[in-house]
Design a protein around this ligand. Sequence first.
Ligand SMILES: [Zn+2]
Length: 257
Amino acid sequence: MKWYASFLRLLSEAADIVVPRRCALCVKRLKAGEEFLCLSCLTELPFTRYFGREGNAVERIFWGRIPICRANSYLHYFPESMVSRLFLALKYGNRPHYGCTLGAMMAAELCDTGFFDGMDAIVPIPLARKRLKQRGYNQSEMLAQGVAKVTHLPVLTDVVARVVANPTQTHLTRAERQENVQNVFTLLRPADVAGKHLLLVDDILTTGSTMTACAEEVAKGDDVKISVLTLGLAGRHGAGPERHPETINFRIETSEQ
Ligand SMILES: [Zn+2]
């Protein structure tokens, strides 16, 4: 099949001449081997570098709210920065493959840390049916598929549903967000989650209200353990030595949908 691989490479090179592939962030032309980010943008992404460490900023969001075994976010999210373009493209720009690649990248960073040890399945935070129809895909499911490529854990997309397309969470306070997501999720298959350690995956974690609401619903299954993984971490959660300097003085503008 050597000729076939060569043929595919030629085809891809020819397509690049006709429609040049460009970096999703800096828009510079991509070189061979670069996917949707150039090497320079890739290395400058605002990585949290939590590596699933105990007591990290993501875990602390859930303290006193719901028991979480492990939690991690891969990138800091800054609403008006270059990195926000990546999240917007994944969520609204019809770029589901960004999710698969980024999901695989975050899983690759964590797979030697023991983060996935004992986990049985991945549950992407579901979208409401109407929103899924509008968007064509669930960005969290794309991330979950990427994580699954590395971890070989099954992705469960039908155990919990989002029954209400709650209005946008943008500009809501933490208390308002909590109210906004009440009764939004419903556990469809309690038997399928019983006794399992599930990894809930979402694109951005802001106040944690959406994730907490979904986790509470999934935890209605018997003896369910929950861990959390998100691509982005927004807000002032990075306080302490792990805090990124750019997280100071920025506004929470994301919609947790
Ligand atoms: Zn670039």
